[in-house]
Ligand binder design. Sequence first.
Ligand SMILES: *Cc1c(COP(=O)(O)O)cnc(C)c1O
Length: 342
Amino acid sequence: MEKKDIDWSNLGFGYHKTDKRYVSNYVNGAWDNGALTDDDTITMSECAGVLQYAQTCFEGLKAYTTEDGRIVTFRPDLNAARMYDSAKRLEMPAFPKERFVEAVEQVVKANAAYVPPYGSGATLYIRPYMFGISPVIGVKPAEDYQFRMFTTPVGPYFKGGAKPITIKVSDFDRAAPNGTGHIKAGLNYAMSLHAIVTAHQEGFDENMYLDPKTRTKVEETGGANFLFVTKDGKVVTPKSGSILPSITRRSLVYVAKEYLGLEAEEREVYFDEVKDFAECGLCGTAAVISPVGKIVDHGKEICFPSGMEEMGEITKKLYETLTGIQMGRIEAPEGWVHEIKL
Ligand SMILES: *Cc1c(COP(=O)(O)O)cnc(C)c1O
């Protein structure tokens, strides 16, 4: 298979149409067989449930080339399970988990020419999503749904090294205590746009959201979970029912314990404790970990000892171990690396 002529290392994070996408329709109470298609457009009723009441959820994962030339994805079964939970919470028919993984295999295989070569830092981003497609005007779930999965090549997240970022403590809330913060719903992102645009205008890279009930505990950013390191080298990550359960964060906690022999705990983290941590990072599929150098709370600065030039020492070890596992340089735990057989 000949790779596409793309300047992989200079790709940004944007949509770049690839050859094939996967589509399955839920009609008359059942999912059809699903198929790959060349058609990158969707035609639907002007009254479709997704357009009126935002009945939609999504996932995000990556395919990439390992050191020994295999094309793989990372723990796609967990994306399948999380999308299942998201669909249930939004009263959508869940897409079967085995079929989700099969769709990943089909769509990556069909677009293998777009999977960036090893060492380029680029990856093929996979975007599964589903939405209510039949007309809905009275508030209720749609009757019919569409599940789709497209791919788009994306460039290296860190161009020229991972520079620590500055984030602000947001006055906006991301998710209500018994709301939808724990599922990957488009609606969580729609309402975060004003907060992130505002933060960017003020010169910050990201928002730290606090728990909306007491505003004393750390939740997450708009699209990544927090990971802290204490001064005595323990990994701490916030626990809350309204945080999206990041697959990267869960994998990093495992890596901390099982590969690096560190103590790691998921527990409530009070904002008051943050000033005492040694390192801070944001975890998600896009970057694996983005180091945080500074957190600003209404003019009061918390500067981590790791500084604004480099990743903290333990953050860096976590990053290198997990990316090493993903790229096939370090042996992976059973089931983590899912090869796409061409
Ligand atoms: C997707 C997402 C994450 C990161 O999850 P990964 O599975 O690691 O990519 C974190 N927070 C939010 C709100 C998200 O939507």
